[in-house]
Design a protein around this ligand. Structure first.
Ligand SMILES: O=C(O)CCC(=O)C(=O)O
Length: 286
C-alpha cells in the first residue's frame, strides 16, 4: 500500500475550488531530469510558437515588440510563448515523468479515482519578457473526453510569481456545468467550428474570483478539466518553464468535440468507449 500524498483537506479544496496546490511533490532529481528534455523540445520544430500564433490571429493584440514604442525605446528583448503536446510519444524522459513520478498517485488521490489513465503532456514555456498572458480557457474543450474525473497537473520548473507568469484559476468554475469553446491560448478568439459558450473577459488580478499562487520548483497545481484558467505574462528576465500532465479517471469515456483537433489514434476509437488505448495508458495503480 502506498502512503497518501495528499490530505483530506486538500482533496476537499480541489473539489470546492477546482484547483489545489500541493507543495514539494517533485524532487530536485526529478526536476533536474526534465531540464534537458524541455530544452530538447524547445529546439524541436513541432513546438508551436504561440506568440506568432497570437499576432497572426489577433492583429490588434499589440503586435510584435518592434511595434511597441515603449519596449522599442527601452531596447528590451521580447520573448516567445512556446508550447507543444504529446512529447512522451517519442521521448522516454517525458513518458517517465508522466507515468513513473508521484504525479499519477497524486491525481488519483485528488480525483478520488480507483484507476487513472494518462491523456497528454504539454510543455509550456514563456521565455523572458513574453508579453502574452495565456488566454482564459477550459481544458475539457480541447480533450476528446467526457467525465467528471479529468485533470491537469501544472508543474513549474522555475520559481513562479505573478511577474513570471503564474497561472490563474476562476474559483469554482468547474461546478458551473457550462461548456466553453476552445480558443487559441493567446487570444480569447474561439477556434472555428467549435461548440459552446465564448469565455467571458476576466480581470486576472481579481482576487475575489480568481486564484493564483506563488510556487517553487517541486510544487504542483492540479486543476479540474472544467475549471476556467489562464496565466499572466512573464515580464521578468527569467524563464518560466512548465510541464502540464493531463490524466483521466474512473468513468471517463471518449467524446469527440466538433472543431477540436483530433490526435491520430482517435480515428481508431469509437465514441462512448471507456478510455484505454496504448496512447492513453493506464498509469494507476501501478
Ligand atoms: O502555462 C500556461 O501558461 C497555461 C497552462 C495551461 O493552461 C494548462 O496547462 O492547462
Amino acid at each position: 500500500m502506498s502512503i497518501a500524498l495528499v490530505t483530506d483537506q486538500q482533496i476537499k479544496t480541489f473539489w470546492r475550488d477546482g484547483v489545489v496546490v500541493i507543495r514539494g511533490v517533485l524532487s530536485h532529481e526529478v526536476l533536474d531530469s526534465m531540464a534537458e528534455p524541455v530544452k530538447r523540445v524547445l529546439g524541436h520544430q513541432n513546438m508551436t510558437n504561440m506568440t506568432e500564433l497570437g499576432s497572426a490571429v489577433v492583429p490588434s493584440s499589440g503586435g510584435t515588440m518592434l511595434n511597441d514604442p515603449a519596449a522599442a525605446k527601452a531596447g528590451a528583448a521580447r520573448g516567445q510563448f512556446r508550447s507543444g503536446t504529446d512529447h512522451w510519444w517519442d521521448d522516454p524522459d517525458f513518458e517517465r515523468f508522466a507515468t513513473r513520478s508521484p504525479l499519477p498517485q497524486l491525481a488519483a488521490e485528488l480525483l478520488r479515482s480507483r484507476e487513472l489513465w494518462f491523456y497528454e503532456d504539454s510543455v509550456l514555456v514563456k521565455e523572458p519578457h513574453t508579453q502574452e498572458p495565456t488566454a482564459i480557457h477550459q481544458d475539457m474543450a480541447y480533450f476528446q473526453l467526457e467525465g467528471n474525473k479529468v485533470c491537469t497537473i501544472w508543474c513549474p520548473l522555475d520559481p513562479i510569481s505573478r511577474k513570471t507568469g503564474a497561472t490563474v484559476y476562476v474559483r469554482g468554475s468547474h461546478l458551473w456545468q457550462r461548456d466553453f469553446r476552445p480558443n487559441w491560448f493567446v487570444s480569447q478568439l474561439p477556434m472555428p467550428g467549435t461548440r459552446g459558450e465564448e469565455v467571458p473577459p476576466y480581470d486576472r488580478d481579481d482576487p475575489e474570483n480568481l486564484l493564483s499562487f506563488d510556487m517553487a520548483p517541486g510544487d504542483v497545481a492540479m486543476h479540474h478539466a472544467m475549471t476556467l484558467h489562464g496565466a499572466h505574462a512573464n515580464i521578468t528576465d527569467q524563464w518560466r518553464r512548465a510541464i502540464s500532465v493531463r490524466y483521466c479517471g474512473d468513468g471517463t469515456v471518449y467524446r469527440f468535440k466538433p472543431g477540436t483537433p483530433l490526435k491520430p489514434h482517435h480515428t481508431e476509437i469509437t465514441e462512448g468507449d471507456p478510455v484505454d488505448h496504448p496512447r492513453c495508458p493506464r498509469v494507476w495503480p501501478r
